[in-house]
Design a protein around this ligand. Structure first.
Ligand code: PNS
Length: 157
């Protein structure tokens, strides 16, 4: 049984994230989506809110969603992941992702595999989505419906 761990902040999940997760689901026996909980950062959405949005959007039978604190490699060991899967957008992602992949392999021996983002989603990032939404721009086509609603609610409050 091969388990893939797809980690990220998912603050909030975008269609780019969902694309990567949806492409892992048929390849691996089990996919764990790991939401990083970083106490030193101030996310827009709580870990529970991010988890709810992911669960509502990603309804594959072999998929689990969980939050984690601390090192990704420790969480990978905890969930018995065989591989970490990351989405790669453009060259801008590459240097940093390569560094993380090499550090994670150094720390625990776990391999990282990259999924090339769909070209039409390659410009999406959670921070850009939040910025556009905060200035009243429409992000309805760029995030799952549940996320668009949650963003609107959050920005109203
Ligand atoms: O969606 P993001 O913010 O690009 O995800 C980054 C993430 C969560 C994959 C990365 O920050 C991470 O692995 N954090 C956990 C802490 C850790 O293990 N740091 C060392 C990485 S080599």
């Amino acid at each position: 049984m091969t388990t893939a761990l797809v980690p990220g902040s998912f603050d909030p999940p975008t269609n780019g994230h969902i694309d990567v997760i949806s492409r892992c689901a048929p390849i691996f026996d089990r996919v764990v989506v790991g939401i990083v909980i970083n106490p030193s950062k101030k996310p827009m959405f709580t870990p529970d809110e991010r988890r709810e949005m992911l669960i509502e959007t990603c309804q594959w039978d072999n998929l689990e969603v969980a939050g984690f604190e601390g090192l990704l490699v420790d969480f990978a060991r905890e969930v018995q992941a065989d591989v970490i899967v990351k989405g790669l957008r453009a060259m801008g992602d590459f240097d940093y992702e390569l560094q993380l992949a090499q550090m994670n392999r150094h720390l625990s021996g776990i391999e990282t595999m990259f999924v090339a983002t769909r070209p039409d989603l390659g410009y999406l990032s959670s921070s850009l989505i939040k910025e556009v939404a905060s200035f009243g721009g429409s992000v309805d086509e760029l995030v799952p419906a549940v996320v668009a609603k949650a963003l609107a609610r959050k920005l109203r409050s």
